[in-house]
Design a protein around this ligand. Sequence first.
Ligand code: PEP
Ligand code: MG
Length: 885
Amino acid sequence: MTTWVHDFGDGDKDQKDLLGGKGANLAEMTNLGLPVPPGFTITTEACRAYLGAGGEVPGLVDEVSSHLADLERAMGRSLGDGDDPLLVSVRSGAKFSMPGMMETVLNVGLNDESVHGLARRSDNARFAWDSYRRLVQMFGATVMHVDGELFSRALDEAKRDKGTESDLDLDADDFQRLVETFKSVVRTETGRDFPQEPREQLELAIRAVFDSWNTDRARLYRRQERIPEDLGTAVNVQAMVFGNFGMDSGSGVAFTRDPASGEQGVYGDYLQNAQGEDVVAGIRNTVSLADMAEIDRRSHDELLDIMARLERHYRDMCDIEFTVERGKLWMLQTRVGKRTPEAAFRIAVHMVDEGLIEMDEAVLRVTGDQLAQLMFPRFDASSERSLLATGMNASPGAAVGKAVFDSDTAVEWAEAGEDVILVRKETNPDDLRGMVAARGILTSRGGKTSHAAVVARGMGRTCVCGAESLDVDSSAKQFTVRGGETVREGDVISIDGTTGEVFAGAVPVADSVVVRHFEGEKLDDDLAHAVARIMAHADGARRLRVRANADTPEDAARARRFGAQGIGLCRTEHMFLGERRTLVEKLIVAEGDDGQEAALQGLLPLQRQDFTEILEAMDGLPVTIRLLDPPLHEFLPDLTDLSVDVALAEERGEVDEHARTLLTHVRRLHEQNPMLGLRGVRLGIQIPGLFRMQARAIAEAAADRKAAHGTPRPEIMVPLVASVRELQIVRNEIDRVIAEVEEDRGVKLDIAVGTMIELPRAAFLADRIAKTADFFSFGTNDLTQMAWGFSRDDVESAFFSRYFEHGIFDVSPFESLDQLGVGGMVEMGTTKGRETRPDLKVGVCGEHGGDPLSVHFFDRVGLNYVSCSPFRVPVARLEAGRSVL
Ligand code: PEP
Ligand code: MG
């Protein structure tokens, strides 16, 4: 038969699944011989049975009775006894800490009779009545669902009547009157009396804790923290010890190191004459542990001894709740403490130096997400701010600047030395210049994989997207916030890409020392040293290589400084914008081969220069250049805008032949569904000269680099391939061009030609495709889009929130790889590809290449490398190391 209840002595810290975090650690401390008030834990299994069976768990009541009897024997008192009552606390404790999300009831066992017994035995009537009113208050709020405000108000009134602000000035009579008031609040609000029977109190409190697993706020918290829904909580029933006995008693919380900075040395708060919840609720000012030493040296010293012991035992920073009852210290809780990213890195490395852990473990104790957070500049948390709106936290960081509403102004003002924030409804590839120039990007539409978000993350630029309460009016150069406030061009705003918040005015910002370290600055900074050591160890351990997605020499150089081992994706579409657009337009509209050829000849030297610079920045390392991918319409004017312009011009009797011709072609190329349209390899087949020109530019750039004694290692990648024949056709052309350049220049170039796998069909036919491809790179952005049938540009803002609510997935598949579906295709494609070509080099270059969980997956299925934006390179390096440790 299942055992639903375990005594504290009967368990250990590794049983968090069954006993919850709090129960497992109480068991561990009990077994260490620390002063823990005795008690027992009702398991998470019991909670699951309770929630599953609608409230009945066979045998649970009897087991609780028998453990309660043991507890009563051990304490020499019985629950709620009129003469000398045993009181217990009933606390929730899930496997993962969910601070403040679930219920706790203290002082269970007090009633109209036992309160007198407690007063007599403790010789402290004030304490007894204060404890009783706390029970009615907590029980009323958590078990009987009375609005807690009603109790707080009554307490405030009692203080006001007494002419004081502190509960310390209330005496036994005041508390006795409060108990009556509280009881009548319960009666009025629920139509029932506060239960006097101690066993009934206990039973109801246990049920309330179980039920609290399913409150809205607990569910919401679990969703945010990605805690599974079906774990349930344990319930800890423990003999009460009292911090509210008088000034020789108190409660406190402490950390064995500073959880904010990671600094060595204990850190904590103590409050005299108080129970646990008073410390956190901030009802009176707490004192530091150093001051506690002045108040009660013995308890303080014992506490510090125990903290040192716990840290050695857990080999990690612990947080602790304790109570002092009339000079005797009791430990109520411990656990491995939560900490900021900075503290995580510093503590891990300090503990290596103290001989507590090995370097392998230090690397496992930090995460890529923490590293990413450390890399972004931050707003100074202590400063004042005025919140305008909240959108999606698309690309972290803190940016301050003048609001501008178009790219031209962004570039112009930035060149004049201004910091600007580019504000748009949504961005398109044309906004790139403005995005590069801006400190941050704010949009009112679009999700985390919208153009603005992807490009901003790629550049490491702060971005808040989809702030829907903003009404952005680009022509009036202003936005209005729902509710009224208007921000005009030139007004300063601050955006926080880590939280999605938008503030009016300038919030002060601090630079990241971690980025300064990666950039090569020599810093005498403990955090920078800690990060350096962890990164060096992760690099030594990892199998997976890390490349960067970069398409400018600057990005390539930065990626290299950040540790990239090459470029895994150099997108070429950005090289066709700006002034080069007219050439691209010519290329598209040119009727005859001559016009097309002329446009291509115009583009060739420009492309050659692009590639030469990138190959130089990545000299000696592989650079995978992807041939042009996006649908052609992205390079042409918008159909509606152009139609209107032409119509208006004709109305005025003007004839603009160029605009007319352009309009014909825009119409011809207009696609209802451009993401499934003329793009990728299809472009190469439709306009063969285009890929030939790009291949030539790459080959000639490589030849130039060789002539300059460099070591160019370009690789040519063909996008959106679905059939072997598509790849064969363009590959033949590419190979021919490379051979021509080799012949002309008299050099051997060794340029590998491979393909992206970003369509399900390609994954299925990977064994055949590998015959024609020297390498594969999984484009998991498109592969996710095509596998789910989700438009990557629209879907997140459209309906993903519903999908999260229903638990269809708990994170966007565009953000973290859908390992089952899309991951299955990656694994299959890799296996099949290597059946044909055992040495096939396989990488991934979708956004997932920089996502921690996805990196672990790619490592497991045997990819050679991941490629991600320069700012994610350190994150991927760290996670690739953690994956093998
Ligand atoms: C992809 O589809 O995953 C990819 C890297 O290509 P892009 O994002 O440019 O479509
Ligand atoms: Mg793609």
